[in-house]
Design a protein around this ligand. Structure first.
Ligand SMILES: Cc1ncc(COP(=O)(O)O)c(C=O)c1O
Length: 401
């Protein structure tokens, strides 16, 4: 079966993982720092915090900005559940804003309409869809006007770029967002098996993200809260007036209620090794994307992905939209491809239509662009190891339908 997405693993990746397995640390060791450093260097963001996956990254990013009960977070219906669940985890409520019909990312126009009607949310989570950067500059302008935080869900857009005012920006650089989150699930552009990375240019947010991802623990004594302790031997029972101890090396404080969202050194070694060749990986993905674009150009039943102006997406998904009359097209195509050994997928069922959300979501909002996108979309295989033969087979089958 040819899947819709799959990891690309080299001998170097395997060697790096084995090296860690033979080393002193399997978790919280130097391979994690190395992974964070390579992602920092790649994006240009000042802080990178590696953690267990993007879901945990989105959760702690929301916690770091102080999202809590009584607050509202806004995201799009066309995304994976995690973009929205992370808001619920914090006890806050989710509202949705519809997508733009072309980019399939959050529409800044509809976001402003939402704010004018309902007031500003505490946080907006735009999702870079399939590799296409969300319109972060416009959303950032709105955040200044209406005062909300931005967490870029960059799970699909490791390596994607956009131009704004003649300058090139990278998804995850946090120039137009407070925080950004990458996913390293095996179908993504870079994998760590499972893994995520939170990025930010704000030192305090970075500190809070790290703490929330590790039981709310602070080890740096200069950041300790008022805590009277014997300065000579670190004993807690012998309170003195000397204040905070910075001599006992074992001391840590729980300052927040955090989680164990740590990543291992084993995962980090794989992620680092994958980042070293990310440019080649992106090129391979772009090549397949372009082959599909050419192949479906003359197919009147299919609308190919539209590349928004001033963007350079590092493609995570290739999604066709059916624009013909046959209401059964997608189910027939999906099954026909499966019968021929090809696995297609749908990204995504709109989140607000999920039973859990239907039972709780009370606003009378409509999301026509998201729902019509869902009705017509189908993701077909896109991954670096897809052979020319496989690619041609997929193209021929789809054009035959
Ligand atoms: C847009 C988006 N956000 C968040 C996630 C969650 O990522 P992870 O599986 O790393 O938790 C995914 C995963 O598919 C995703 O596609």
């Amino acid at each position: 079966m040819i899947p819709y997405g799959k990891q690309h693993i080299t001998q170097e990746d395997i060697d790096e993982v084995i090296r860690v397995l033979k080393s002193e640390y399997l978790t919280s060791g130097p391979a994690v720092t190395k992974f964070e450093n390579i992602v920092k260097e790649f994006t240009g963001a000042k802080h990178a915090i590696a953690l267990s996956n993007a879901t945990s990254g989105l959760h702690v990013a929301c916690l770091a900005i102080g999202l809590q009960k009584g607050d509202i977070g806004v995201t799009v219906p066309i995304s994976f559940l995690a973009s929205s669940n992370c808001i619920i985890y914090c006890g806050a409520e989710v509202d949705f804003v519809d997508i733009d019909n072309q980019s399939i990312c959050m529409s800044p126009v509809k976001l402003e309409e939402y704010i004018k009607k309902n007031g500003a949310p505490k946080v907006v989570i735009p999702v870079d869809f399939a590799g296409i950067p969300a319109d972060l500059p416009k959303i950032s302008e709105l955040s200044k006007k209406y005062n909300f935080k931005i967490i870029e869900d960059a799970s699909h857009s490791v390596g994607s770029k956009y131009i704004y005012n003649n300058e090139v920006y990278k998804c995850g650089d946090c120039k137009h967002a407070d925080l950004a989150v990458f996913s390293f699930h095996p179908v993504k552009t870079v994998t760590a098996g499972e893994g995520g990375m939170v990025l930010t240019n704000d030192e305090e947010l970075a500190r809070r993200v790290r703490m929330f991802a590790n039981h709310g623990m602070e080890r740096e004594s200069s950041n300790f809260k008022e805590w009277k302790i014997n300065n000579k031997n670190g004993k807690l029972e012998k309170y003195t007036d000397e204040g905070i101890c910075d001599k006992a090396p074992w001391l840590y404080q729980q300052q927040l209620l955090g989680y164990n969202y740590r990543i291992t050194d084993i995962q980090s070694a794989l992620g680092t090794s994958q980042f070293r060749r990310i440019d080649q990986t992106i090129e391979k993905r772009k090549k397949i994307f372009n082959e599909y674009q050419k192949a479906f150009e003359g197919n009147n039943n299919i609308q190919c992905p539209i590349i928004p102006n001033d963007t350079d997406p590092a493609w995570h998904l290739y999604i066709i939209r059916y624009v013909g009359e046959d209401k059964e097209w997608r189910i027939k195509t999906c099954n026909f491809l499966r019968d021929n050994g090809i696995f297609s997928q749908v990204h995504y069922i709109p989140i607000h239509l999920q039973p859990w959300y239907q039972e709780r979501y009370s606003r009378d909002e409509k999301f026509p662009s998201s729902e019509s996108f869902y009705d017509s979309c189908l993701s077909i295989p896109l991954f670096p190891d897809l052979t020319d033969e496989e690619l041609n087979k997929i193209i021929n089958l789809i054009n035959k339908i």
